[in-house]
Design a protein around this ligand. Structure first.
Ligand SMILES: [Cu+2]
Length: 184
């Protein structure tokens, strides 16, 4: 732990030392000529950027050692959720421009419903099911639920899907409201 702190201090010293040196050059440059000073300012900006870049590159990766690290392993982009089917009547809730469940599960080869409760009085939402995340590559649309404003509930009727892992998002907020649909 102490070693990590020391490493961070060294990085900080480098990150701050380079700009400090360039700043000194700037001051000298100002005295000599205004033009040189201006060039030095540009160098200062570049050095700050470089310093932070070096600091970021040398920062040790977060420890993955076991322990009570609260298990916050959910990556930002891809929801790696797992859930198991429990009947063909599914439910989802939208609140605060987010799906309360990022994983839904349905039985395979069986038509199912999704009772979608949009609790956001200020926003419209939907559930759109794809073969994969269309923002990551080619994906086929399988079910496009109607967009509707909250607070309101709508029950979607989805045709039977074969077993597999699918993707869903909100057509209004496709980058922030996403989830996994597991059919099996
Ligand atoms: Cu939405």
């Amino acid at each position: 732990m102490l070693a990590l702190i020391n490493t961070d201090w060294v990085i900080l010293a480098i990150a701050l030392g380079i700009p400090a040196f360039v700043l000194a050059v700037v001051v000298v440059g100002m005295r000599v000529k205004r033009m040189i000073g201006l060039v030095a300012v540009v160098c200062l900006v570049a050095a700050v950027g470089l310093g932070f870049g070096v600091a970021a590159a040398f920062r040790p990766p977060p420890s993955v050692s076991g322990g009570a690290s609260a298990g916050s392993g959910s990556g930002g982009g891809a929801p790696s959720s797992t859930c198991t089917p429990d009947g063909s009547a599914l439910a989802e809730t939208a609140k605060g421009v987010a799906y309360l469940k990022t994983c839904l599960a349905a039985p395979s080869n069986t038509a199912f419903t999704i009772a979608f409760d949009n609790q956001d009085g200020f926003a419209a939402h939907s559930i759109h099911i794809f073969t994969a995340d269309p923002s990551q590559g080619p994906a086929r649309s399988l079910f496009q639920g109607q967009i509707f404003p909250g607070p309101s509930t709508m029950t979607y009727h989805v045709n039977a899907l074969s077993a597999g892992t699918y993707f869903f998002h909100c057509d209004v907020h496709p980058s922030t409201m996403t989830g996994t649909l597991i059919v099996g």
